[in-house]
Design a binder for this molecule. Structure first.
Ligand SMILES: Cc1ncc(COP(=O)(O)O)c(C=O)c1O
Length: 431
């Protein structure tokens, strides 16, 4: 892994942990982040349930796999920071050589700027005057700040230009035309219309046409062949648009950016762009979830990143949420002390994977077959249990998750642990 600059974490490092907060050891109050490893805390001994942990070995594995993939393929990564919104984790991605970070909201952008992130793709159209003004002020204030925002309509362009006003002599705002597809999310549906918008952008003062963007992840989930076909169509249109803009010489000076790619289909993105782009583009992925992967949605849609690069190992799930068995009202049902407040449920329910019986050593064991989370309430999980299994009230159960983004946002503090469950760091999020 090439070593690059970490983020500026000085403010975080100087701030002691609070004395309460979900996911913290009871004795955390007043401990500085840098003193955590020396406390000798163990997740299964010192964290009240529910708690969420990140396994360092899986995290490091995923970092390595992605870094190798990028190095071999010559692609840049601008990870979507909204997955974790944890400066400590973004800093690891920066150290791994992230080209920049992707943001979706003004709040993300402000967090990034606070921690010294210089290059940002704002993967949305800027429609909020407060956001437009913040961006303009940052451009004027800091010559190193580099941002590219999406535009998918003349309305969006006009709104942004109107709010930017005449900024005499100021650096222009970077713009990426967003290509979309029917049934998808934002983005122009037709490459011809997108080219017309690109011409307009190129002719407008105050903005610089930097490249082209698409997000294929809006099609993820469901029948794999159907998704591959629809994503293929979107990526083809994106390449067609980029080639047409390049042929007309509309891109601003510099290597044009062509960006797409979440964590589930990025190899298709890379292969398509490499095959179809007929000019020297900077291909940029924006994957965020690869960092922790999961046991559900991403595990099922993992990119086969071996085929074109020789990197054969897939990502490993790094996140677990733990709860106690607080009731076994029927032989075939356990109720756990974790619920919708604690774990994602938008792309599948959590999966029971680990068991720490009362009084047992701190190394949990696999739970085995036949367990399933049937549903969640706010603070409870209903776990189908094989009637002859000896799991009992007071034992702890660890669940794998499906969708990192919507698990991270339920935790202000997550414990980063080694393979023996010792807490090495407390990771703070800023949702
Ligand atoms: C526009 C955009 N780019 C990139 C990503 C990152 O994709 P993933 O969460 O699969 O890593 C997302 C995720 O929602 C997104 O909306």
């Amino acid at each position: 892994m090439a070593a690059h600059q970490p983020l500026d974490l000085a403010e975080l490092d100087a701030t002691p942990l609070p004395s309460r907060g979900k996911g913290l050891p009871l004795q955390a109050g007043g401990v500085l982040p840098g003193q955590v490893a020396a406390q000798g805390w163990a997740a299964l001994r010192d964290l009240p349930t529910p708690f969420c942990l990140i396994r360092r070995s899986a995290l490091d594995h995923n970092r390595r796999i992605m870094s190798d993939y990028l190095a071999r393929s010559g692609i840049q990564l601008c990870p979507h920071g909204k997955t974790t919104l944890a400066p400590r984790l973004l800093s690891l991605q920066a150290q791994d050589g992230a080209w920049g970070f992707t943001a979706a909201t003004l709040d993300h952008l402000r967090l990034y700027r606070r921690h010294g992130i210089a290059r940002v793709i704002f993967a949305n159209q800027l429609v909020d005057p407060l956001a437009i003004r913040f961006v303009a002020e940052e451009l004027d204030r800091d010559a190193a700040f580099d941002i590219s925002v999406l535009v998918d309509s003349a309305d969006g362009l006009d709104l942004m230009l109107g709010e930017l006003g005449a900024r005499d002599g100021a650096r222009p705002l970077g713009v990426l035309v967003e290509m979309g597809a029917a049934g998808g999310r934002t983005g122009l549906r037709d490459p011809g219309e997108a080219l017309a918008l690109a011409r307009r952008i190129a002719a407008s003062a105050g903005v610089a046409l930097r490249g082209v963007e698409a997000y294929e992840g809006a099609f993820a989930g469901g029948d794999k062949q159907d998704i591959a076909r629809r994503v293929g169509g979107l990526l083809d249109d994106t390449a067609t648009l980029a080639n047409a803009i390049a042929a007309e010489g509309l891109f601003a000076p510099g290597r044009p950016i062509v960006t797409a790619g979440g964590s589930s289909l990025f190899e298709q993105v890379v292969n398509t762009f490499r095959a179809r782009l007929d000019f020297e583009a900077q291909i940029v992925l924006r994957s965020g979830c690869y960092l922790t992967d999961d046991h559900g949605f991403y595990a099922a849609s993992r990119p086969e990143i071996g085929a074109s690069t020789g990197v054969s190992q897939p990502f490993k799930p790094a996140l677990e949420v733990w709860g106690h068995v607080q009731s076994r009202p029927q032989a075939d049902l356990c109720i756990l002390t974790l619920g919708k407040r604690d774990v994602s449920y938008d792309l599948g329910l959590p999966l029971p994977i680990l068991w720490a019986p009362q009084g047992a050593p701190e190394r949990p064991r696999p739970l085995g077959e036949g367990f399933e989370i049937l549903r969640l309430n706010d603070q409870h999980a209903y776990m189908r249990t094989p009637a002859d299994h000896s799991v009992r009230v007071g034992d702890r159960v660890g669940v794998g998750i499906s969708h990192p983004c919507t698990t991270f946002d339920k935790w202000r503090f997550l414990a980063l642990v080694d393979d023996d469950g010792r807490i090495e760091e407390i990771v703070e999020t800023f949702f």
